[in-house]
Design a protein around this ligand. Structure first.
Ligand code: RIB
Ligand code: CA
Length: 314
């Protein structure tokens, strides 16, 4: 049986890179219709290149990779080289990928693919700023009924912000795009920092990944060793959070997660709290419950899944 059709939108970034590898390693469950890239962790020229490098590492140079928006809808671009390094995937030995970048704009590819699908057919998996997804919804609202579910990494509740005191990076970079997506009316599953900060790549888990013995495991261990240092130092934690692969893990093994349907709104007025995700977890308002807010992960089960799937790659 063909896997669940998914559109991935990302800003690689080491954790996006591991997300792509996990998705590529799961063809029975997931049918990757295309990968669109957005400016975020690093500028678009690098995120689109990095996505293609991961397709080649995953042994799938035939996947279609598109460049989307080079900046947020309204605000100026914020990048995160201090976390990801100048290349966006420091720890990886960069080369110029041979697989082509698709000529079509990523937003147009999202629109074209969704319009060609049946209603409720396609799962959209954004793991970067939501600029491309929002642009597709604004440019062609007819795409909305085609979306089965949006499974996104972004936002924060009790964890607070990781980029401002109140906002998580993906939402803060493009809060207006996030506002559009959270109000689109389609089913949204949100993996915020409250969840992803439970998924820490500890030294033992890093050794387990490096011990797989294939190229993918070796490269992932090297990328994460670079990427983890920032959050270990910042939070004094035992490991760095592996944010983006949690989205794919949710699609593969939803039993590893616990969520609650709540209202989530995005702050787009106040500069002090710009990009904050305001989560009505206890239902104290009558605002619509527009999101399945995931708040618990079986982190041991997640890493077992990750190691098992990375071992399937070249
Ligand atoms: O805040 C973490 C998120 O921002 C992750 O998706 C990371 O890759 C960056 O995009
Ligand atoms: Ca990301």
């Amino acid at each position: 049986m063909a896997g669940k059709p998914i559109l991935i939108d990302c800003d690689p970034g080491q954790d996006d890179a591991v997300m792509l590898l996990l998705a590529m390693a799961s063809p029975e469950e997931l049918d990757i219709l295309g990968i669109t890239t957005v400016a975020g962790n690093v500028p678009l020229a690098l995120t689109q290149r990095n996505a293609r490098l991961m397709c080649e590492l995953g042994g799938q140079p035939g996947l279609k990779v598109f460049a989307g928006c080079a900046r947020p809808l309204v605000r100026g671009l914020i990048t995160a080289e201090e976390v990801h390094g100048r290349t966006g995937i420091d720890g990886f030995e960069i080369y110029e990928p041979t697989m082509p970048l698709q000529p079509q704009h990523g937003v147009d590819f999202i629109i074209e693919t969704l319009l060609a699908a049946d209603d409720d057919a396609i799962t959209v998996v954004p793991t970067g700023p939501l600029t491309n997804v929002a642009m597709a919804m604004v440019k062609e609202p007819k795409v909305l009924p085609k979306i089965r579910e949006i499974v996104l990494m972004g936002g924060a509740m009790r964890e607070g912000g990781n980029t401002s005191p109140s906002a998580e990076f993906n939402i803060l970079v493009d809060p207006h795009a996030a506002h559009v997506v959270f109000r689109c009316g389609r089913p949204i599953t949100v993996l915020g920092l409250d969840l992803t900060h439970q998924a820490l790549t500890t030294p033992q888990r890093s050794r387990d990944i490096g011990g797989i013995g294939n190229k993918a495991g070796t490269v992932v261990q090297r990328m994460l060793e670079f990427y983890n240092r920032h959050d270990i130092e910042k939070y004094g934690s035992e490991g760095g959070p592996l944010h983006d692969p949690c989205t794919i893990a949710y699609l593969l093994r939803p039993d590893l997660f616990r969520g609650k349907h709540v209202n989530v709104e995005v702050e787009i007025q106040a500069e002090l709290t710009m990009g904050a995700t305001v989560v009505d977890f206890w239902g104290v308002t009558d605002r619509p419950r527009n999101a399945n807010w995931l708040h618990k992960i079986d982190d041991a089960g997640f890493y077992d899944l990750l190691v098992e799937r990375l071992a399937r790659l070249p």
